[in-house]
Write a protein that binds this ligand. Structure first.
Ligand code: GLA
Length: 381
């Protein structure tokens, strides 16, 4: 282990970009550091990129699955903690894990029975979640090696690209995907997604980070206060497929329009909560237009850490770690127990290819898919 760390240290090199001195008045240097993260079974080297902003906030991202590996966020006293679940090195990610930090595609979330039709052709994609397709299939974007480029300008930015070939995991069209992670001086991790195709296809791209604002592995998230800017959610059947309805949250445990503790109603007698084993539902974000809107805000009353989620996407999946059961040991040996993290996956609605009344998830040649999501960690002190 020690020898391995030393090796990592030796191969480390830094790309130092002089930040715009006037931008923050601090005139600090911006760094994007690239280190070795591990090797794929076929020997391909995988990297870890460290993005640091002028406040000293740090995010690490690997080109394996485009995964956010760590994210240091300040509490009310300015003390940082790593607020995302994950692993210390690549081997953890290569083992079975529920999409920790990953870029998910080609179709994030579920497609009923792994079937959909496009232009009169029926497509079948792998059913990897009971009867349904989940998160892009057996080997989705979360398990692919992305090509990374440092595209730092005013802020540290990492560009990740991936070409999903026609027919990969059953989806039509060569889909060229570009994701840019940028860390701003407002403590925002901004994620810009673009994609183009050469055949009609469907797509749904998200990031699947698991957050615990008390610090990864530090208890459950039931006392976190959550606000979701959504008047309606998409109720599901017992296999977690939306039934097609947009149901008002009013008077239900899904009303987070005013902040409420995640745990306050999670065990209520409620069919929807029973189906999800807790919250595992898509909310229709209140959008006036396609611009970035505040979709959710989470606060940890104890540490004072805050996370705001802004997005251009029509939906956000609230998943409260209901399938975590303490069997996964993550960073620093932390045990990831039941409901020890929450995900706020901004997205198109699940099963949109089979629901004509949901916002379309189709992409045609000549069109450019474009969405932005920002996770913001304001300093509260
Ligand atoms: C998503 C799904 C959940 C679960 C997790 C991964 O959030 O909606 O049901 O599959 O991913 O475990």
């Amino acid at each position: 282990m020690i020898a391995c760390k030393r090796f990592l240290y030796i191969v480390t090199f830094s790309l130092v970009v002089i930040g715009r001195a006037g931008a923050t008045g601090r005139g600090a240097e911006l760094h994007m550091k690239k280190t070795t993260f591990g090797k794929m079974p076929d020997g391909q080297a995988i990297d870890l990129y460290t993005l640091t902003n002028r406040n000293g906030m740090e995010v690490t991202i690997t080109n394996y699955g485009g995964r956010v590996v760590s994210l240091l966020a300040p509490d009310r006293a300015g003390k940082v903690a790593d607020v995302v679940l994950g692993f210390d090195d690549l081997s953890g990610y290569l083992a079975e894990n529920p999409y920790f930090g990953a870029l998910v595609g080609r179709y994030a979330n579920r497609i009923a029975n792994g079937e959909f039709s496009l232009d009169g052709v029926e497509y079948h994609v792998p059913r990897n979640d009971g009867p349904n397709a989940l998160h892009g299939g057996i080997r989705g974007f979360d398990k692919r090696v992305w090509t990374a480029h440092d595209v730092t300008k005013e802020n540290p930015s990492l560009e990740l690209t991936y070409l999903s070939k026609d027919g990969e995991e059953g989806y039509p069209g060569n889909l060229s995907v570009k994701v840019i992670y940028t860390l701003t001086d407002a403590n925002e991790l901004q994620i810009d997604y673009t994609a183009t195709t050469d055949k009609d296809t469907v797509l749904n791209l998200t990031n699947h980070s698991y957050f615990n604002l008390a610090g990864q592995g530090n208890g459950n998230i039931l006392k976190h206060q959550l606000m979701i800017n959504a008047d309606r959610f998409t109720p599901i059947n017992s296999t977690l497929i939306p039934i097609g309805e947009l149901r008002p949250v009013d008077g239900t445990p899904f009303d987070f329009r005013k902040p409420a503790a995640i745990g306050a109603r999670i065990n209520d007698e409620n069919e929807q909560l029973k189906f999800g084993k807790g919250y595992d539902h898509n909310f229709a974000v209140n959008h006036q237009d396609a611009r970035l809107v505040l979709a959710a805000r989470v606060t940890d009353p104890e540490s004072g850490r805050v996370m705001e989620v802004l997005t251009t996407q029509p939906g956000v999946q609230l998943y409260t770690g209901n399938f975590l059961d303490g069997t996964i040991h993550g960073k620093a040996g932390k045990i990831y127990g039941y409901r020890s993290a929450l995900c706020l996956e901004t997205q198109h609605f699940p099963n949109s290819p089979n629901q004509p009344n949901f916002p379309s998830a189709e992409l045609k040649p000549g069109q450019t898919f474009q969405e932005t999501t920002t996770y913001r960690f304001p300093a509260t002190h």
